[in-house]
Design a protein around this ligand. Structure first.
Ligand SMILES: Cc1cc2nc3c(=O)[nH]c(=O)nc-3n(C[C@H](O)[C@H](O)[C@H](O)COP(=O)(O)OP(=O)(O)OC[C@H]3O[C@@H](n4cnc5c(N)ncnc54)[C@H](O)[C@@H]3O)c2cc1C
Length: 378
């Protein structure tokens, strides 16, 4: 174990209490660090329908110690059924995980359900959580970093973990000239629905003008996702059922049934897709970016959450074995760069193929190749 940790607990600040920040708070407590977490959101909530979980993401949850609780509440299974716009099966994709991983190859969960499980673990681990707070500035010192908070407080930390998402304030502070996320040309729609027995696994409907699919998230619920090519970013929040139904006009089968049932009460979440890969390193002095703050990805491989959790696992492992925080951050980068780049670049590539209406087999080949590489140990 790190000499610094043996003598006095490492003092860690996590900025952002999403999937990555909560995971980092849990893993850093796990190696004996004292951890504070700040989140700008006063309610520390989460919006959004469901989330698709891959086998590697389930493996990361297992290592984090939350797999059983997730599996008790979520959908888990194997495989993805690829259909045409009428709902006829074209292909069954396997989602294999090595048996030693001890997890299914695929799954889905509600975002609020996942948030509740992680937030409970954060509290139980003894993390000090402060809400409605962000960071205003950093001042690097030889032995750590001084932090100025938006509520007027200040603090000194051995390590700051910036996990404040795609529009990261921490990233802006430490890398003011860094590129910022760009609209990728697609909008995402998600609708929470009662689960149909027909949707016994994840489904994709390819070959049409959109990418459409279903992910079960529990025994009772599933969500519909739609990726739409659009030259413009629009951020309409209400009256979404009509434009969504119009988009789905050519679809039959289960998608057509769902379209016909859309109304003003439908729970629809709309978001333009933004992605980029921050050129490494993702750290400056004693401040590190993880999750979407460093490698926000579009959802084509459903791996953004998994990458954020993996970041947290690898960070704690490297801090526990390194002689100093800067040394740990270098080791972290060496393990994370290539894997996260694969996810971001492959997701954007699949998005491009979708927009170009490339043959279904070409799209699924990129998905399968990436999933196979991701199944390798982290
Ligand atoms: C449409 C869409 C669908 C997706 N679907 C999937 C999917 O099915 N499966 C999957 O694995 N991934 C999916 N992703 C990606 C996934 O949501 C993200 O990769 C994941 O949430 C990243 O976690 P994070 O903790 O880094 O960031 P976030 O989850 O964004 O959390 C950031 C946290 O920081 C807080 N915060 C923000 N600004 C500040 C600040 N200035 N100061 C303090 N706190 C701040 C926020 O309140 C929030 O709590 C999807 C993404 C999109 C856009």
């Amino acid at each position: 174990m790190n000499a610094a940790l043996e003598n006095k607990p490492l003092k860690v600040l996590v900025v952002g209490g999403g999937i990555g920040g909560m995971s980092a708070a849990i893993t850093m407590r796990g190696i004996g660090a004292s951890v504070e977490l700040v989140d700008i959101d006063p309610s520390w909530g989460v919006s959004g329908a469901g989330i698709t979980i891959t086998g590697p993401t389930l493996r990361a949850f297992k290592q984090l110690g939350v797999l059983d609780e997730i599996m008790a509440n979520a959908y888990t299974g194997n495989g993805i059924r690829v259909c045409d716009v009428e709902g006829r099966t074209l292909q069954e994709l396997d989602t294999p995980m090595p048996p030693e991983a001890g997890v299914p190859g695929s799954g889905g969960f509600t975002r609020p359900g996942l948030h509740r499980i992680l937030a409970k673990r954060v509290r139980e681990a003894g993390v000090e959580v402060r809400l409605s707070v962000t960071v205003d500035g950093f001042h690097e010192r030889r032995d750590g970093v001084d932090v100025a908070f938006s509520d007027g407080r200040t603090g000194h930390y051995d390590l700051v973990v910036g996990a404040d998402g795609v529009w990261s304030r921490v990233r802006e502070l430490i890398f003011p000239a860094a590129p910022t996320p760009e609209y990728t040309g697609q909008n995402s729609w998600r609708v929470t629905l009662e689960r149909s027995p027909e949707i016994d696994r994840r489904h994709y409907y390819l070959g049409g003008p959109l990418k459409v699919g279903f992910t079960p998230v529990s025994d009772q619920q599933m969500y519909l996702f739609v990726l739409e090519k659009s030259p413009k970013v629009w951020r309409q929040k209400t009256g979404l059922h009509e434009p969504l139904a119009a988009l789905l006009k050519d679809y039959g089968g289960m998608v057509g049934k769902v379209r016909d049932g859309l109304n003003e009460a439908s729970e629809i979440v709309f978001r333009p897709l933004e992605g980029f890969f921050l050129p490494p390193p993702w750290h400056c002095g004693h401040v590190l970016l993880i999750g979407d703050a460093a490698h926000p990805t579009t959802p084509q491989l459903a791996s953004g959450a998994g990458m954020a959790v993996e970041d947290a696992l690898v960070l704690a492992e490297e801090v526990a074995r390194a002689a100093s925080v800067p040394e740990a951050l270098l080791a972290f980068m060496a393990r994370r760069e290539e894997r996260c780049r694969l996810i971001v670049e492959s997701s954007i590539e699949i998005g491009r193929l979708e927009q170009a209406r490339a043959p279904v087999a070409e799209q699924t080949a990129v998905v399968q190749r990436a999933l196979q590489i991701l199944a390798a140990p982290i």
